[in-house]
Design a protein around this ligand. Sequence first.
Ligand code: GLC
Ligand code: GLC
Length: 649
Amino acid sequence: MSYAADSGVCLDRILASTDLSGLTKKDATTFTRRLKAHFPRLFEKYTYVYGHQYDCYFHLQKLVEILRDGLKDRKAALKKLDSERLDSPLWYRDEEQVGMACYVDLMGPTLNDLHDKIDYFKALGVTYVHLMPLYDAPKGDSDGGYAVSDYRKVNPTLGTVKDLERLAAALQKEGINLVLDFVFNHTSDEHAWAKAALDGDKQYQNYYYLFDDRTIPDQYEHTLREIFPQVRRGSFTFNEQMEKWVWTTFNSFQWDLNYSNPEVFNAITSEMLFLANLGCAALRLDALAFIWKELGTDCENQEKAHVLIQAFNCCLQIVAPAVVFKSEAIVHPDEVVKYIDKDECQLSYNPLLMALLWNSLATRKTRLLTSSMKKSFAISDDCTWVNYVRCHDDIGWTFDDAVAHQIGINSFDHRFFLNQFYTGRFEGSFANGVPFAENPSNGDCRVCGSLASLCGLEGALENNDAHGIDEAVKRMLLLYGITFSIGGIPLLYSSDEIGKLNDYSYRDDDSKKHDDRWVNRIAVTNQDTALALGGNSPSTPAEVASLRVFNGLQHMIKIRKQHAIFGQSKTHILDTENQHCFAFLRENAEGQKLLAICNFSEHPQSLSRSILATLKHSTSTDLLTDETVEINSTALLLAPFQQMWLLPA
Ligand code: GLC
Ligand code: GLC
């Protein structure tokens, strides 16, 4: 005989002993209705991970109470948004959507100052602003805010929770969504949970992975990847006060949370709902690949990590269905796509496209980009990519070795070449990048640098090389142009839009100098925004270039928003028969089409017109220049770094 637990019976029992009297009648009805719809899934996920523990039911009941309280705290305006988003759930696939990620202190410098930047966002066409972690964090090094000491408190140097809510509302009023980080793999060692653990509280020690000696850490470390080898070797840190080893995947002050403990799942759900209730449209799931540990594996992308994220997703559906998840999985492409699902993460960064755009720029070749996108670009219709070129982190070369091998590329050598190229160690390279996290054991390395410096603007300005400056600007526009057109939400990284150069000042700051990612965390000043908005005329070659980048991006964004084809439509990656060119066709349910062709080389390239046949039209218009292109004339010519967005006339 076997007994299978029934989620319906379980929910009835939980509801029978859950006090809903604190909810309004309407909320109580909504709550029970949503629970009925989503509890079966939540039950399945939760018991899959925690069912073998004697107190699973107890924690499940507590979780339902946390969800109830989350709904109780949700403001009326956000509940209204919940129903609107439930009616049009695919808003994130819209051509209107354009994102920007920024650090509050680098753009504000406070939350209140950001109100003055709303016009700037609007001028550029931004509809989604991701404010990098703005929570209370240790003074000095806090991994750029990714070591959170209190999810419910804004870092006092940036403002208060009230300020954040006010900003969220102001942005919402202008049609701009707020995106916040959900840093849930770890807390800082100054979080109240960590402090209690430090004081010897057993309950809170169970919130983290603590070990009395090296026996178990050594077993795990056989198969773990080192994320920040420049900071510390291995993934564990000895804590003197507790005399224990702590699991610290990232910096030593970032303590990994122990998700094998259901109390941790519940506690962090409560924090997540607090963030959702601040009024954000999406939560960025930071370092989500690392949340489940399994001995003998690399402890990344484990099955139970997925199950837990799906369980978090159920919780959101019940309390704050307007909020979606954005996956930050900077891992093997086959693993990246596994997080993308309506019931897991609706949005996902596209690290493969990002890395391969840079690859094509260095090699002037598109084969790896084309074959990789053919394999990995298609995802479920109810989800979308977040396509980016640069971000606050390093660039890791996360392409699929098997795909590279098929086209004759040796991955190890090729990654070595890319690192050399982008750190300027390769002769003839246009890039000014900085090596990051070099691993002395295996030679691994990643690259940091701003869009402009990696595209060659820094070197060209230094050499007063007008032609080099022109090429650098064109490279920047080419890369971003692809993110605007290929399908998904393009995400600008603030300071890219005005082509700012590497900022080396971190080298003078003791809390930053060991982390070269600071080279690409760059302030956007009021002077910069005034220049971009036409308030100041450019007076230096750097300013002229800045303005060209800004105007170029603004122009492309404007075009994106005018054509539904950039929104909900399919993408077919095409072969171009020219190794320097990349092309794709967009096609929507109404039968509209758009052909994008891009030249990654500094020389003009010709393409056989047969590619135009995919449009099935004799005449088309290049939306970027408004020029007419005839199918029947001789070869199609692309200028250096030119891209065309061809719409059948
Ligand atoms: C993510 C963040 C990165 C941070 C890490 C640990 O990858 O983007 O900046 O260091 O998570 O939180
Ligand atoms: C991540 C990634 C790693 C990245 C780092 C931040 O989560 O897996 O590749 O570079 O954190 O620097």
